[in-house]
Design a protein around this ligand. Structure first.
Ligand code: MEV
Length: 314
């Protein structure tokens, strides 16, 4: 039995969502696959170029190669512990495979947390509502990271293009007006947890930073209307506005600005997606030739579609 849990691209509102503002994000057709088979031993295996983890639950032996592997392992183990506490015991072999390296800002940690819990439930033969899955996935992120909004885990669990209100949690889903998004992966400088802490520290030093966060909240509301109306020119322009506001929070590097300038003829707009300081840049492409322009970059790039279904057994 294999579960697919989608990665998540943040279109509007990251960072401000940590302070209660709404945000808009989309589940995409690349993410994490979790295979679960019942067995007399409980084992987790995960691997694919960037990360390698092997864990034997009974022998309590874990092998994670590199810092990335260790981080990844903590999400898997926390997800298994929460699944066991909520759903009951299970002995199974879990195998994980991700499309993106962890920590690039494509919500691999959220997709892993959600995917492991969904696979655990499926292997055990119990049902799990999407909203409940979102909640359990968020608990994993909170335990491992200390602080996280419910956005990434909710979008991976539920799927589609969503506007999230973080607390009390609620969401609205619409049919996406765009067919595809383009992603460019820039080298990442820092972990989400540390970047979120830096923004928090900046906010505590300057009252005016609240005005930037409020402005991001307003961009989200306006962008939601543009998305509902299918006005991609408006969506793209507001992505750029959101990106400059994120720049004011200190999370957008010169490399992003240069990239957006270079790709301008091919896109309605673009911005960082997620915590920033490198990582994923999301672009709203205008027309097909963007593939050639992306190939010229010499960076990892992806054309992705929005995944409407969220985490599910394949
Ligand atoms: C990370 O994907 C997005 C942030 O807003 C943090 C969060 O929502 O927890 C930067």
């Amino acid at each position: 039995m294999i579960v697919f849990s989608p990665g998540v691209i943040k279109l509007f509102g990251e960072h401000a969502v940590v302070y209660g503002k709404p945000a808009i994000a989309a589940a995409i057709d690349r993410g994490v696959r979790v295979k679960c088979s019942r067995s007399d031993r409980a084992v987790v295996r995960a691997g694919r170029a960037q990360v390698y983890v092997e864990y034997d639950v009974e022998r309590r032996e874990a092998k994670a190669i590199g810092e990335e592997g260790e981080k990844f392992l903590s999400y898997v183990l926390t997800a298994l512990r929460i699944a066991e506490a909520e759903l009951g015991p299970l002995k199974a072999v879990f195998e994980l495979e991700g499309d993106f390296p962890p920590s690039v800002g494509a919500a691999t940690s959220a997709a892993t947390s959600v995917g492991v819990i969904r696979a655990y439930a499926a292997c055990l033969g119990v049902g799990l509502e999407k909203e409940e899955l979102a909640k359990l996935g968020h608990r994993v992120e909170l335990e491992v990271q200390g602080a996280a909004s419910p956005m990434d885990t909710a979008v991976s669990a539920i799927g589609g293009l969503l506007k999230i209100t973080p607390s009390p949690f609620s969401y609205e889903k619409i049919n996406p007006p765009m067919k595809e998004l383009a992603l460019v992966l820039l080298p990442r400088r820092g972990l989400t947890k540390d970047i979120v802490a830096d923004v928090r520290a900046l906010r505590s030093r300057h009252r005016s930073v609240d005005a930037v966060i409020d402005a991001i909240g307003e961009v989200v509301e306006e962008a939601w209307q543009c998305l509902k109306g299918g006005d991609l020119k408006c969506v793209g322009e507001l992505m750029e506005v959101n990106n400059w506001l994120l720049g004011a929070l200190g999370v957008v590097g010169d490399d992003v600005v240069a990239l957006l300038r270079y790709l301008k003829p091919f896109i309605y707009g673009g911005k960082i997606s997620g915590a920033g300081r490198g990582g994923v840049v999301v672009l709203l492409p205008k027309r097909g030739e963007i593939a050639e322009a992306l190939a010229e970059l010499g960076l990892p790039t992806y054309i992705v579609r929005i995944d409407e279904l969220g985490a599910r057994a394949l």
